[in-house]
Write a protein that binds this ligand. Structure first.
Ligand code: CP3
Length: 324
């Protein structure tokens, strides 16, 4: 998650000349940046260099990704009329560059690392579209959700159909796994999650049921409703650091895999303590099949590439059963 952007000096050089969305729209450059974390940090998977708001721009939303802030929308959605103005995504004509970049990145990774495709989940995208920019309290999105159920339904339907089609197109272009990012859904109560979000996220996973690849469902602040999130149908649940991984997995049950759950701030600790944090997670997991070691959320800008490379090496050494 936002791994390349934050720490690789070579990426930072590219960013001096190009905006995030500009990189996304240049398939060669995008594939190059996508492969960087595998090549310099040694991670086992690359995530497509894109942004959750990239397809939304193609759906007619005027947006910018502002430095240190994130996505900013000039005309936020306020009612049914503005929700209805959002066009459905047609991936082949609207975001062909993403699909082209997947082909190039796959060749470049040469089966040495998996390639993860992704999209934002309807709730998290809707929160940007309604709030207009990153927020702490999500009051506008909740107000619309409670007061204008028709506008909410229309918006969530358009987003879930479009994201399902988008992910399906990425599967056809060759990604090895897909991830649905519901980064901000933890602001909801379990009851509201069930009522206002679950039906739409479930729809996306349902449409990808026969994709034949793992479907990862990511959220933060979701310890209160992991069981509800499981109902959406992902094969892997991403969990943040606010809950011990073994406790979360026990609650989720044996029939799902888990991804996580190192606190991103642990990477800022000295290498000794960082390894202790990682060893704690591995100790709780006890080598169970179906664990993807990862941070509980995105890489912090303050993290150093050296620490991350050390961490990757440590996890590999602690978990490899072969002698390679
Ligand atoms: O290699 C990678 O970094 C993966 C590509 C990627 C980006 N965005 C590019 C990006 C991915 C997977 C995302 C997903 C994304 N974008 C999410 C979901 C995952 C998560 O972290 O919760 C969200 C919520 C966004 C929205 C977004 N985009 C924010 C909040 C920000 C800015 C603030 C920040 O944290 O830096 C962005 C900007 C953005 N998207 C950057 C990158 C690499 C920033 C770094 C840069 O300026 O180069």
């Amino acid at each position: 998650m936002r791994q390349a952007g934050r720490l690789i000096p070579e990426y930072r050089k590219i960013r001096e000349k190009h905006e995030v969305l500009e990189i996304c729209k240049d398939p060669d450059l995008c594939a190059n940046v996508t492969a960087m974390p595998v090549e310099t940090l040694g991670v086992d998977a690359a995530i497509m260099f894109a942004d959750i708001m990239l397809p939304v721009q193609a759906m007619g939303v005027k947006l910018k990704i502002e430095e240190e802030i994130g996505p900013v929308i000039s005309e936020p959605i306020t009612d049914k009329r503005s929700a209805g103005a959002l066009q459905k995504l047609d991936p082949t004509s609207d975001v062909p560059f993403v699909l082209d970049a997947i082909g190039i990145a796959k060749k470049r990774l040469d089966r040495k690392a998996s390639l993860i495709g992704f999209s934002g989940a309807p709730f998290t995208i809707a929160s940007y579209l309604i709030e207009g920019r990153p927020t702490r309290d999500f009051t506008k999105v909740k107000a619309l959700m409670y007061r204008d159920p028709e506008a909410w339904q229309l918006l969530m339907e358009t987003l879930s159909d479009s994201m399902a089609t988008y992910l399906q197109a990425q599967v056809e272009a060759g990604v090895d796994a897909v991830q649905l990012f519901d980064s901000w859904v933890g602001c909801l109560s379990p009851q509201d999650y069930r009522k206002y979000v679950l039906p739409y996220s479930r729809r996306i996973f349902k449409k990808l049921e026969n994709s034949g690849i793992p479907r990862i469902h990511f959220g933060t602040g979701t310890s209160n409703f992991l069981e509800e999130m499981k109902l959406a149908g992902g094969d892997v649940l991403g969990i943040d650091w606010r809950i011990p991984i073994d406790v979360a997995w026990k609650r989720l049950g044996d029939d799902v895999a888990v991804q996580g759950n190192l606190d991103p701030a642990a990477v800022l600790a000295g290498i000794g303590l960082l390894k202790e944090f990682a060893a704690d997670i591995l100790g709780r997991v006890q080598g169970r099949t179906g664990h993807i070691f990862n941070l509980g959320h995105g890489m912090l800008p303050e993290a150093s590439a050296e620490s991350v490379a050390e961490l990757v090496k440590f996890v590999h050494e602690s978990t490899r059963t072969d002698t390679k």
